[in-house]
Design a protein around this ligand. Structure first.
Ligand SMILES: Cc1cc2nc3c(=O)[nH]c(=O)nc-3n(C[C@H](O)[C@H](O)[C@H](O)COP(=O)(O)O)c2cc1C
Length: 407
Protein backbone atom coordinates (compact mmCIF):
# COMPACT_ATOMS: atom_id res chain seq x y z
CA UNK A 1 0.00 0.00 0.00
CA UNK A 2 1.47 3.38 -0.87
CA UNK A 3 1.60 6.28 1.56
CA UNK A 4 -1.31 8.16 0.01
CA UNK A 5 -3.60 5.16 0.40
CA UNK A 6 -2.39 4.49 3.93
CA UNK A 7 -2.98 8.11 4.94
CA UNK A 8 -6.40 8.02 3.35
CA UNK A 9 -7.35 4.93 5.33
CA UNK A 10 -6.06 6.49 8.54
CA UNK A 11 -8.17 9.57 7.83
CA UNK A 12 -11.28 7.49 7.11
CA UNK A 13 -10.81 5.53 10.31
CA UNK A 14 -10.49 8.76 12.27
CA UNK A 15 -13.62 10.15 10.67
CA UNK A 16 -15.47 6.89 11.18
CA UNK A 17 -14.97 7.27 14.89
CA UNK A 18 -16.15 10.84 14.96
CA UNK A 19 -19.93 11.09 14.60
CA UNK A 20 -19.93 14.85 14.30
CA UNK A 21 -17.34 14.96 11.56
CA UNK A 22 -18.50 11.98 9.57
CA UNK A 23 -22.12 13.12 9.60
CA UNK A 24 -21.12 16.19 7.65
CA UNK A 25 -19.14 14.34 4.98
CA UNK A 26 -20.47 14.19 1.44
CA UNK A 27 -20.86 10.40 1.61
CA UNK A 28 -22.74 10.85 4.89
CA UNK A 29 -24.08 7.66 6.38
CA UNK A 30 -22.31 5.41 3.92
CA UNK A 31 -18.72 6.10 4.77
CA UNK A 32 -17.92 2.42 5.02
CA UNK A 33 -19.08 1.86 1.46
CA UNK A 34 -16.98 4.80 0.25
CA UNK A 35 -13.94 3.45 2.04
CA UNK A 36 -14.85 0.03 0.67
CA UNK A 37 -13.88 -3.01 2.59
CA UNK A 38 -10.38 -1.55 2.41
CA UNK A 39 -9.12 0.44 -0.50
CA UNK A 40 -7.88 -2.65 -2.31
CA UNK A 41 -11.25 -4.00 -3.48
CA UNK A 42 -13.31 -0.89 -2.91
CA UNK A 43 -15.96 -1.95 -5.42
CA UNK A 44 -17.07 -4.84 -3.21
CA UNK A 45 -20.61 -4.72 -1.88
CA UNK A 46 -22.46 -6.57 0.85
CA UNK A 47 -23.74 -8.99 -1.79
CA UNK A 48 -20.17 -10.18 -2.42
CA UNK A 49 -19.97 -11.67 1.08
CA UNK A 50 -20.38 -15.44 0.93
CA UNK A 51 -20.47 -16.03 4.66
CA UNK A 52 -20.49 -13.89 7.77
CA UNK A 53 -16.71 -14.12 8.06
CA UNK A 54 -16.34 -12.16 4.80
CA UNK A 55 -18.24 -9.36 6.52
CA UNK A 56 -16.01 -9.69 9.59
CA UNK A 57 -12.96 -9.18 7.38
CA UNK A 58 -14.58 -6.25 5.58
CA UNK A 59 -15.55 -4.55 8.85
CA UNK A 60 -12.11 -5.07 10.34
CA UNK A 61 -10.57 -3.10 7.50
CA UNK A 62 -12.62 0.02 8.24
CA UNK A 63 -13.54 0.08 11.93
CA UNK A 64 -10.96 1.94 14.09
CA UNK A 65 -8.83 -0.32 16.36
CA UNK A 66 -10.36 0.71 19.69
CA UNK A 67 -13.89 0.21 18.39
CA UNK A 68 -12.89 -3.09 16.80
CA UNK A 69 -11.51 -4.20 20.16
CA UNK A 70 -14.77 -3.22 21.85
CA UNK A 71 -16.68 -5.43 19.43
CA UNK A 72 -14.39 -8.43 19.31
CA UNK A 73 -13.29 -8.65 22.91
CA UNK A 74 -14.15 -11.41 25.33
CA UNK A 75 -12.83 -11.34 28.91
CA UNK A 76 -9.50 -12.44 30.42
CA UNK A 77 -7.99 -14.76 27.78
CA UNK A 78 -11.14 -14.88 25.57
CA UNK A 79 -11.54 -18.59 26.42
CA UNK A 80 -15.33 -18.37 26.78
CA UNK A 81 -15.60 -16.40 23.56
CA UNK A 82 -13.82 -19.21 21.70
CA UNK A 83 -15.78 -21.91 23.58
CA UNK A 84 -19.05 -20.38 22.37
CA UNK A 85 -18.08 -21.05 18.78
CA UNK A 86 -16.25 -24.34 19.20
CA UNK A 87 -19.18 -25.87 21.13
CA UNK A 88 -21.08 -26.12 17.84
CA UNK A 89 -18.34 -28.38 16.48
CA UNK A 90 -19.19 -30.99 19.11
CA UNK A 91 -22.43 -31.75 17.28
CA UNK A 92 -23.08 -32.99 13.76
CA UNK A 93 -26.32 -33.08 11.75
CA UNK A 94 -27.99 -36.43 10.97
CA UNK A 95 -29.06 -36.42 7.35
CA UNK A 96 -32.44 -38.01 6.52
CA UNK A 97 -33.63 -39.10 3.07
CA UNK A 98 -36.83 -39.32 1.04
CA UNK A 99 -38.72 -36.69 2.96
CA UNK A 100 -40.52 -34.14 0.78
CA UNK A 101 -38.43 -31.05 1.44
CA UNK A 102 -39.70 -29.08 -1.54
CA UNK A 103 -41.30 -26.61 0.89
CA UNK A 104 -39.33 -25.41 3.90
CA UNK A 105 -41.05 -23.07 6.35
CA UNK A 106 -38.71 -21.64 8.96
CA UNK A 107 -41.08 -18.96 10.21
CA UNK A 108 -41.90 -19.08 13.89
CA UNK A 109 -43.68 -17.28 16.71
CA UNK A 110 -42.18 -16.65 20.14
CA UNK A 111 -43.76 -14.67 23.00
CA UNK A 112 -46.37 -13.34 20.60
CA UNK A 113 -43.83 -12.14 18.03
CA UNK A 114 -44.03 -13.54 14.50
CA UNK A 115 -40.60 -13.95 12.94
CA UNK A 116 -39.61 -14.80 9.37
CA UNK A 117 -37.05 -17.15 10.88
CA UNK A 118 -35.82 -17.97 14.41
CA UNK A 119 -32.76 -15.73 13.92
CA UNK A 120 -32.99 -12.70 16.21
CA UNK A 121 -30.89 -9.55 16.53
CA UNK A 122 -29.34 -9.66 20.01
CA UNK A 123 -28.75 -6.32 21.77
CA UNK A 124 -25.45 -4.54 21.17
CA UNK A 125 -24.71 -1.20 22.78
CA UNK A 126 -22.82 1.65 21.13
CA UNK A 127 -23.49 0.65 17.53
CA UNK A 128 -22.60 4.14 16.33
CA UNK A 129 -18.97 3.22 17.01
CA UNK A 130 -19.22 0.83 14.06
CA UNK A 131 -21.31 2.72 11.53
CA UNK A 132 -23.33 5.93 11.43
CA UNK A 133 -26.50 4.04 10.54
CA UNK A 134 -26.29 2.39 13.97
CA UNK A 135 -29.56 1.10 15.50
CA UNK A 136 -31.74 2.66 12.80
CA UNK A 137 -29.82 0.77 10.09
CA UNK A 138 -30.24 -2.44 12.05
CA UNK A 139 -33.95 -1.77 12.57
CA UNK A 140 -34.47 -1.19 8.85
CA UNK A 141 -32.67 -4.44 8.07
CA UNK A 142 -34.75 -6.29 10.67
CA UNK A 143 -37.86 -4.79 9.08
CA UNK A 144 -36.79 -5.75 5.55
CA UNK A 145 -36.20 -9.35 6.63
CA UNK A 146 -38.88 -9.45 9.35
CA UNK A 147 -36.58 -10.65 12.11
CA UNK A 148 -37.00 -9.91 15.81
CA UNK A 149 -34.87 -6.98 16.95
CA UNK A 150 -33.81 -6.62 20.60
CA UNK A 151 -32.43 -3.13 21.31
CA UNK A 152 -29.84 -2.45 23.98
CA UNK A 153 -30.28 -0.04 26.91
CA UNK A 154 -27.01 1.35 25.53
CA UNK A 155 -28.48 2.08 22.09
CA UNK A 156 -26.96 4.92 20.07
CA UNK A 157 -30.18 6.10 18.41
CA UNK A 158 -33.40 7.21 20.08
CA UNK A 159 -35.70 4.35 21.08
CA UNK A 160 -38.84 5.86 19.58
CA UNK A 161 -37.05 6.48 16.25
CA UNK A 162 -35.75 2.91 16.20
CA UNK A 163 -39.28 1.63 16.86
CA UNK A 164 -40.59 3.67 13.93
CA UNK A 165 -37.82 2.38 11.65
CA UNK A 166 -38.55 -1.22 12.67
CA UNK A 167 -42.30 -0.81 12.09
CA UNK A 168 -43.15 -3.69 14.47
CA UNK A 169 -42.70 -4.11 18.20
CA UNK A 170 -39.11 -4.14 19.41
CA UNK A 171 -37.93 -6.08 22.41
CA UNK A 172 -36.07 -3.96 24.94
CA UNK A 173 -32.90 -5.17 26.70
CA UNK A 174 -32.66 -3.80 30.21
CA UNK A 175 -29.62 -3.14 32.35
CA UNK A 176 -30.88 -3.15 35.90
CA UNK A 177 -29.04 -0.02 37.21
CA UNK A 178 -28.35 0.65 40.87
CA UNK A 179 -31.33 3.04 41.19
CA UNK A 180 -34.76 1.48 40.99
CA UNK A 181 -36.45 4.74 39.93
CA UNK A 182 -34.11 4.93 36.91
CA UNK A 183 -34.82 1.29 36.07
CA UNK A 184 -38.54 2.03 36.26
CA UNK A 185 -38.20 5.06 33.98
CA UNK A 186 -36.35 2.99 31.37
CA UNK A 187 -38.90 0.19 31.50
CA UNK A 188 -41.88 2.50 31.29
CA UNK A 189 -40.39 4.37 28.35
CA UNK A 190 -39.80 1.06 26.55
CA UNK A 191 -43.39 0.07 27.13
CA UNK A 192 -44.66 3.44 25.85
CA UNK A 193 -42.51 2.95 22.74
CA UNK A 194 -44.45 -0.24 22.00
CA UNK A 195 -41.91 -2.84 23.11
CA UNK A 196 -43.63 -6.11 23.98
CA UNK A 197 -40.79 -7.87 25.79
CA UNK A 198 -38.22 -6.64 28.29
CA UNK A 199 -35.11 -8.83 28.34
CA UNK A 200 -33.28 -8.13 31.57
CA UNK A 201 -29.57 -8.90 31.36
CA UNK A 202 -28.29 -10.60 34.50
CA UNK A 203 -24.87 -11.91 33.48
CA UNK A 204 -22.85 -8.80 34.36
CA UNK A 205 -23.54 -8.07 38.03
CA UNK A 206 -20.20 -6.55 38.98
CA UNK A 207 -17.75 -5.67 36.25
CA UNK A 208 -15.56 -7.55 33.82
CA UNK A 209 -12.03 -7.69 32.49
CA UNK A 210 -12.00 -7.03 28.74
CA UNK A 211 -8.30 -7.55 28.02
CA UNK A 212 -8.52 -7.69 24.21
CA UNK A 213 -10.44 -4.42 24.14
CA UNK A 214 -7.87 -2.78 26.42
CA UNK A 215 -5.01 -3.98 24.19
CA UNK A 216 -6.55 -2.63 21.03
CA UNK A 217 -7.33 0.68 22.71
CA UNK A 218 -3.59 1.12 23.13
CA UNK A 219 -3.16 0.97 19.36
CA UNK A 220 -5.65 3.76 18.92
CA UNK A 221 -4.35 7.20 19.77
CA UNK A 222 -7.53 9.16 18.98
CA UNK A 223 -9.28 11.03 21.81
CA UNK A 224 -13.00 11.27 21.24
CA UNK A 225 -14.96 13.29 23.73
CA UNK A 226 -18.18 12.93 21.71
CA UNK A 227 -18.86 9.61 23.36
CA UNK A 228 -16.16 9.17 25.99
CA UNK A 229 -15.18 10.88 29.21
CA UNK A 230 -11.44 11.50 29.35
CA UNK A 231 -9.84 11.77 32.78
CA UNK A 232 -6.75 13.75 33.76
CA UNK A 233 -4.51 10.80 32.84
CA UNK A 234 -5.95 10.61 29.35
CA UNK A 235 -7.91 7.40 30.08
CA UNK A 236 -11.25 7.16 28.33
CA UNK A 237 -14.42 5.56 29.63
CA UNK A 238 -17.91 5.45 28.16
CA UNK A 239 -20.14 8.37 29.03
CA UNK A 240 -23.45 6.88 30.17
CA UNK A 241 -24.99 10.33 30.33
CA UNK A 242 -24.47 10.62 26.57
CA UNK A 243 -26.60 7.49 25.94
CA UNK A 244 -30.00 8.27 24.53
CA UNK A 245 -31.99 6.18 27.03
CA UNK A 246 -30.66 8.38 29.83
CA UNK A 247 -31.71 11.71 28.32
CA UNK A 248 -33.39 13.78 31.02
CA UNK A 249 -32.27 11.38 33.78
CA UNK A 250 -29.84 12.42 36.49
CA UNK A 251 -27.00 9.96 35.93
CA UNK A 252 -24.92 11.13 38.91
CA UNK A 253 -23.54 7.98 40.56
CA UNK A 254 -25.56 5.73 38.26
CA UNK A 255 -24.27 2.22 37.69
CA UNK A 256 -25.63 0.22 34.78
CA UNK A 257 -25.84 -2.94 36.85
CA UNK A 258 -26.43 -3.64 40.49
CA UNK A 259 -24.45 -6.36 42.31
CA UNK A 260 -26.94 -6.56 45.18
CA UNK A 261 -29.97 -7.65 43.15
CA UNK A 262 -31.66 -10.95 43.98
CA UNK A 263 -34.57 -12.93 42.52
CA UNK A 264 -37.06 -10.50 44.12
CA UNK A 265 -36.16 -8.10 41.34
CA UNK A 266 -38.10 -10.19 38.83
CA UNK A 267 -41.31 -9.59 40.77
CA UNK A 268 -40.49 -5.87 41.01
CA UNK A 269 -39.96 -5.81 37.26
CA UNK A 270 -43.20 -7.68 36.56
CA UNK A 271 -45.01 -5.12 38.74
CA UNK A 272 -43.53 -2.26 36.71
CA UNK A 273 -44.73 -3.35 33.31
CA UNK A 274 -47.13 -5.37 31.23
CA UNK A 275 -44.32 -6.34 28.86
CA UNK A 276 -43.31 -9.99 28.96
CA UNK A 277 -40.17 -10.53 31.04
CA UNK A 278 -37.26 -12.54 29.63
CA UNK A 279 -34.16 -13.15 31.76
CA UNK A 280 -31.06 -12.89 29.55
CA UNK A 281 -27.98 -14.66 30.83
CA UNK A 282 -29.27 -17.89 32.41
CA UNK A 283 -26.76 -20.76 32.19
CA UNK A 284 -27.55 -23.17 35.05
CA UNK A 285 -30.42 -25.59 35.54
CA UNK A 286 -31.21 -24.30 39.05
CA UNK A 287 -31.48 -20.74 37.77
CA UNK A 288 -33.78 -21.88 34.98
CA UNK A 289 -36.08 -23.45 37.59
CA UNK A 290 -35.93 -20.31 39.75
CA UNK A 291 -36.72 -18.14 36.74
CA UNK A 292 -39.93 -20.09 36.15
CA UNK A 293 -40.80 -19.99 39.86
CA UNK A 294 -40.35 -16.21 39.94
CA UNK A 295 -42.69 -15.66 37.02
CA UNK A 296 -40.34 -15.10 34.07
CA UNK A 297 -42.06 -15.42 30.70
CA UNK A 298 -38.88 -16.67 29.03
CA UNK A 299 -35.17 -17.17 29.59
CA UNK A 300 -32.24 -16.57 27.29
CA UNK A 301 -29.19 -18.79 27.54
CA UNK A 302 -26.41 -16.29 27.05
CA UNK A 303 -22.99 -15.46 28.44
CA UNK A 304 -22.94 -12.01 26.85
CA UNK A 305 -20.97 -13.36 23.90
CA UNK A 306 -18.12 -14.44 26.21
CA UNK A 307 -17.87 -10.88 27.56
CA UNK A 308 -18.93 -11.41 31.17
CA UNK A 309 -17.37 -14.30 33.10
CA UNK A 310 -14.47 -16.43 31.88
CA UNK A 311 -16.40 -19.67 32.52
CA UNK A 312 -14.74 -21.54 29.67
CA UNK A 313 -18.15 -22.99 28.87
CA UNK A 314 -19.90 -22.33 25.58
CA UNK A 315 -23.58 -21.40 25.77
CA UNK A 316 -24.48 -24.42 23.64
CA UNK A 317 -23.11 -26.59 26.46
CA UNK A 318 -25.38 -24.81 28.97
CA UNK A 319 -28.47 -25.02 26.77
CA UNK A 320 -29.55 -28.63 27.62
CA UNK A 321 -29.23 -27.84 31.34
CA UNK A 322 -31.46 -24.81 31.07
CA UNK A 323 -33.96 -26.62 28.84
CA UNK A 324 -34.19 -29.35 31.49
CA UNK A 325 -34.73 -26.77 34.26
CA UNK A 326 -37.47 -24.99 32.34
CA UNK A 327 -39.14 -28.29 31.42
CA UNK A 328 -41.25 -26.84 28.62
CA UNK A 329 -42.98 -24.23 30.81
CA UNK A 330 -41.60 -21.10 29.11
CA UNK A 331 -39.58 -20.51 25.91
CA UNK A 332 -35.81 -20.82 26.03
CA UNK A 333 -33.97 -18.37 23.80
CA UNK A 334 -30.28 -18.65 23.02
CA UNK A 335 -27.25 -16.73 21.80
CA UNK A 336 -23.47 -16.97 21.72
CA UNK A 337 -21.10 -17.98 18.94
CA UNK A 338 -23.73 -18.44 16.22
CA UNK A 339 -21.93 -17.98 12.90
CA UNK A 340 -23.71 -20.43 10.58
CA UNK A 341 -27.24 -21.51 9.80
CA UNK A 342 -26.17 -24.96 10.98
CA UNK A 343 -25.39 -23.37 14.38
CA UNK A 344 -28.93 -21.96 14.48
CA UNK A 345 -30.23 -25.42 13.60
CA UNK A 346 -28.20 -27.10 16.37
CA UNK A 347 -29.43 -24.67 19.04
CA UNK A 348 -33.03 -25.22 17.93
CA UNK A 349 -32.48 -28.99 17.97
CA UNK A 350 -31.23 -28.76 21.55
CA UNK A 351 -34.39 -26.97 22.65
CA UNK A 352 -34.07 -23.25 21.85
CA UNK A 353 -37.16 -21.51 20.47
CA UNK A 354 -35.18 -18.72 18.78
CA UNK A 355 -31.52 -17.87 18.38
CA UNK A 356 -29.82 -14.48 18.67
CA UNK A 357 -26.79 -13.21 16.81
CA UNK A 358 -24.50 -10.47 18.10
CA UNK A 359 -21.16 -9.89 16.38
CA UNK A 360 -22.19 -11.19 12.95
CA UNK A 361 -24.75 -8.45 12.35
CA UNK A 362 -22.38 -5.91 13.90
CA UNK A 363 -19.79 -6.94 11.28
CA UNK A 364 -22.37 -6.45 8.56
CA UNK A 365 -23.27 -3.05 9.97
CA UNK A 366 -19.64 -1.97 10.35
CA UNK A 367 -18.83 -2.92 6.77
CA UNK A 368 -21.92 -1.81 4.85
CA UNK A 369 -24.54 -0.39 7.21
CA UNK A 370 -28.09 -1.68 6.75
CA UNK A 371 -27.17 -3.60 3.58
CA UNK A 372 -24.54 -5.53 5.52
CA UNK A 373 -26.99 -6.49 8.26
CA UNK A 374 -29.49 -7.66 5.64
CA UNK A 375 -26.77 -9.73 4.00
CA UNK A 376 -25.94 -11.44 7.31
CA UNK A 377 -29.59 -12.34 7.83
CA UNK A 378 -29.88 -13.67 4.26
CA UNK A 379 -26.74 -15.78 4.62
CA UNK A 380 -27.79 -17.34 7.93
CA UNK A 381 -31.33 -17.99 6.69
CA UNK A 382 -30.02 -19.64 3.52
CA UNK A 383 -27.70 -21.85 5.54
CA UNK A 384 -30.51 -22.69 7.98
CA UNK A 385 -32.81 -23.64 5.09
CA UNK A 386 -30.19 -25.98 3.65
CA UNK A 387 -29.60 -27.60 7.04
CA UNK A 388 -33.34 -28.21 7.34
CA UNK A 389 -33.45 -29.72 3.85
CA UNK A 390 -30.58 -32.08 4.62
CA UNK A 391 -32.03 -33.14 7.97
CA UNK A 392 -35.53 -33.57 6.56
CA UNK A 393 -37.04 -30.99 8.94
CA UNK A 394 -39.66 -28.98 7.04
CA UNK A 395 -40.66 -26.67 9.88
CA UNK A 396 -38.99 -25.33 13.02
CA UNK A 397 -41.15 -27.72 15.06
CA UNK A 398 -39.72 -30.68 13.15
CA UNK A 399 -36.17 -29.78 14.23
CA UNK A 400 -35.41 -32.01 17.21
CA UNK A 401 -32.58 -33.67 19.07
CA UNK A 402 -32.93 -36.68 16.74
CA UNK A 403 -31.53 -34.39 14.00
CA UNK A 404 -28.19 -34.26 15.82
CA UNK A 405 -25.37 -36.64 16.55
CA UNK A 406 -22.33 -36.14 18.79
CA UNK A 407 -19.41 -35.31 16.52
C1 LIG B 1 -19.96 -5.18 21.32
C2 LIG B 1 -21.03 -5.89 22.08
C3 LIG B 1 -21.91 -5.16 22.85
C4 LIG B 1 -22.92 -5.80 23.54
N1 LIG B 1 -23.82 -5.05 24.24
C5 LIG B 1 -24.81 -5.68 24.92
C6 LIG B 1 -25.79 -4.94 25.62
O1 LIG B 1 -25.78 -3.71 25.61
N2 LIG B 1 -26.72 -5.62 26.32
C7 LIG B 1 -26.75 -7.00 26.36
O2 LIG B 1 -27.61 -7.59 27.02
N3 LIG B 1 -25.86 -7.73 25.66
C8 LIG B 1 -24.91 -7.10 24.94
N4 LIG B 1 -24.03 -7.85 24.22
C9 LIG B 1 -24.19 -9.31 24.16
C10 LIG B 1 -25.10 -9.71 22.99
O3 LIG B 1 -26.42 -9.33 23.22
C11 LIG B 1 -25.08 -11.21 22.74
O4 LIG B 1 -25.42 -11.87 23.94
C12 LIG B 1 -23.76 -11.75 22.22
O5 LIG B 1 -23.15 -10.81 21.36
C13 LIG B 1 -23.98 -13.05 21.48
O6 LIG B 1 -22.76 -13.61 21.11
P1 LIG B 1 -22.12 -13.45 19.65
O7 LIG B 1 -21.59 -12.06 19.55
O8 LIG B 1 -21.07 -14.49 19.65
O9 LIG B 1 -23.20 -13.71 18.63
C14 LIG B 1 -23.03 -7.21 23.49
C15 LIG B 1 -22.15 -7.95 22.70
C16 LIG B 1 -21.17 -7.29 21.99
C17 LIG B 1 -20.27 -8.11 21.10
Amino acid sequence: MNNVMRNRRTLLRFLAASPLLSASLPWGRGFAAEAGPGTVDREATAADALDVFDLEAAAKRIVPPAHWGYLQSGVDGDVTLRANQSAFGHWGLRPRRFIDVSRIDYSTEVLGAKMASPVMISPIGGLRSLHLEADIGVAKAARAKNQQHIVSTQMSDVLEDIATARGAPLWFQLYTTNRIEVTRALVQRAQRAGCTVVAVTVDLPAGRNTVTAARLRREDTRQCSNCHLVDANGNQRPNTAAKTMFAGINTEGLGLTSPSLTWDFIKQLKDMTTMKVVIKGIEAREDAELAVQHGADGVMVSNHGGRAMESGRGTLESLPDVVAGVAGRIPVLFDGGVRRGTDVFKALALGASAVGIGRPYAWGLGAYGQAGVERVLDILNLELRLAMVGAGARTVKEISATSLVKA
